[in-house]
Ligand binder design. Sequence first.
Ligand code: NDP
Length: 348
Amino acid sequence: MLDVQRVLLNERPGTNGEPVPSNFRVEQATLQPDLIKDQVLVRTLFLSVDPYMRCRMNDATGAEYLAPWGLTEVVDGCGVGVVESSCYDGLSAGDTVTSMNWPWQTRVVMDGKLLQKVEPQLVNGHVSYFLGAVGMPGLTALLGVRKKGHVTQGASQTMVVSGAAGACGSLAGQIGRLDGCTRMLGICGSAEKCRVLVEELGFSAAVNYRQEDVATALKESCPNGVDVYFDNVGGDISDAVIAQMNNGSRVILCGQISQYNKDVPYPPPLSDRTLEAVLSKNITRERFMVLNYMEEHEAGILQLSQWIRSGQIKVLETVANGIENMGVAFCSMMKGGNIGKQIIKISD
Ligand code: NDP
């Protein structure tokens, strides 16, 4: 038998409540490592914490494609690891694999069909990138900009990104620039994040919404108005951005994290004033869902990994250590403790 550690959902924070680390519990368990046909024993290298998990903490997620986590059951999400032994055709010991249904457990026996083999050389060996820049957040940034942004080379467009220093936002701004936007303004929650956006990622300007007035900063930094808005947060920040958007501009409705601890539907209804701005300026505001473009993920991963290897995109990560810190890392990410993708390293 193998000794493993795993994380269970201990209690639900409630639909109107901030998640806290004690909502999760770590326990020791044993694993029977003898495999039957189609099973694979994997060692977990890195796990991901993501905003959508907040919905999975509720009894009802509010989204038909997301199942709630069961109370006192092992939590799961995106993970990457290495195959230690395999009874599944197509996977062998030493392969690097990922899954969107990876249990928060140090070693796991999984059905091989739930695992995708990945090539570490795509990302120069940084396999945690398969959870971020060449995983779901990277694809969200790329396909969100491409499917809903209508960025046009040579059109001198201005893009605003909220949640700009996070996993999706930090990439969305860089992709907007590569695709032809000439001004990128990032909105985020600390002075250090603002510094990183401008000095390291090539944003034209950044505003710290906790300290500065977003509307005033937008007027200064976006003198020609806003053409494309990559919206990760919703709420007051998005009201301020939409008020300064141009006629015929586009909101990429990616996420609304400022509302995730509240009992409201997704997407939350706009205020009358913002709705009026959207209608009167003919602003397109379509919901984007990365899972609706599965057939484009493989090509997207190749594009993102090529940009990373050539240095055209810079990847930022905040790495916590140890499976016992999953709950702490999740709650920290939900409150802005991360710059770039929040990752948890589980083993070497
Ligand atoms: P991030 O790495 O951006 O982490 C979340 C960030 O949200 C925090 O770092 C924090 O940064 C910010 N934040 C938290 N609370 C607030 C608030 N009240 N107001 C403003 N900002 C806040 O996460 P991801 O990149 O993984 O996700 C970003 C968004 O994209 C989320 O809304 C998520 O749901 C969405 N998403 C959508 C997908 C889709 O298919 N549509 C797929 C993947 C993600 P700060 O310090 O700036 O406050």
